[in-house]
Design a protein around this ligand. Structure first.
Ligand code: ADP
Ligand code: ADP
Length: 221
């Protein structure tokens, strides 16, 4: 489902070069739930950004659903991302002056859908995360766990094959974190969604199929 071949990422700023990823090769199967761990600065977010086609590698190749991505232009990349991938972040990244339902509809605006279809799909996604009773709320009127559930609904509303989650439970207490983890496990088991999750929590990582550890930009074997 996701194939990384000899990925290298160098960040170049005026006076320094940082080798953030050093020759990473990784194959993630359809339906797999993979976690990525490692100390701060080891390259986890960079890896996720590259898998998510948000950032280009300095060297190496990425394939998603057997499609090579390095020949796509920005517009094609954006479309591909919108159709194939759902993103979840530690800090939710919701739009605070939009109601929950409108936040969840956002990814569908880039697709050929009617307002009625968008509403229907967003309501279904919110039902899946147990938030049907909060559709008219604003994000600031919700708890952290609820906000993250809205973010999950937004990530799944377009039925992506892959979810990329960057420390989705990092801002939550353990009870809320476990709720979020349960939702991700269900999406993986019931819908067959492939998930890659960065986490600092060994306990969460143990619930996934496979754990990849990074250290200083390299995969620890
Ligand atoms: P992690 O997510 O594991 O904390 P990151 O992927 O954010 O690690 O960062 C990996 C390394 O690359 C770090 O040394 C970080 O300082 C550096 N880095 C990340 N993003 C940038 C950037 N946009 N410009 C320069 N250096 C960066
Ligand atoms: P989050 O906690 O929401 O995952 P981070 O604080 O890890 O976000 O990083 C936020 C953004 O800043 C990321 O897109 C990352 O690539 C970028 N970043 C991380 N480290 C650096 C750095 N040293 N210099 C510039 N940008 C960085």
């Amino acid at each position: 489902m996701i194939s990384l071949q000899n990925i290298e990422k160098v960040y170049r700023t005026t006076n320094i070069e940082t080798l953030a990823l050093n020759n990473i090769s990784l194959d993630i199967a359809k339906g797999e739930f993979l976690s990525v761990m490692g100390p701060s600065g080891c390259g986890k977010s960079t890896l996720l950004n590259i898998m998510g086609l948000l950032d280009a590698p300095s060297r190496g190749q990425i394939k998603i659903s057997d499609q090579t991505t390095d020949n796509l232009n920005d517009k094609q990349l954006a479309k591909f991302r919108n159709q194939k991938l759902g993103f979840i972040f530690q800090s939710y990244h919701l739009i605070n002056d939009l109601q929950v339902l409108d936040n969840v509809e956002l990814p569908l605006l880039y697709r050929d859908t009617t307002a009625k279809e968008r509403r229907q799909l967003a309501a279904e996604a919110l039902e899946k995360v147990g938030l049907s009773n909060r559709m008219k709320h604003f994000p600031t009127q919700l708890s952290g766990g609820q906000r993250q559930r809205v973010a999950i609904a937004r990530a799944i509303v377009g039925r992506p094959e892959i979810i990329l989650a960057d420390e989705p439970t990092g801002n939550l207490d353990s009870a809320m974190g476990n709720e979020i983890m349960e939702i991700l496990l269900q999406l993986n088991q019931n819908d067959g969604t492939t998930i890659v999750m960065v986490t600092h929590d060994e306990h969460m990582a143990q619930k996934t199929h496979r754990l990849v550890r990074l250290f200083d930009g390299s995969q620890v074997l």
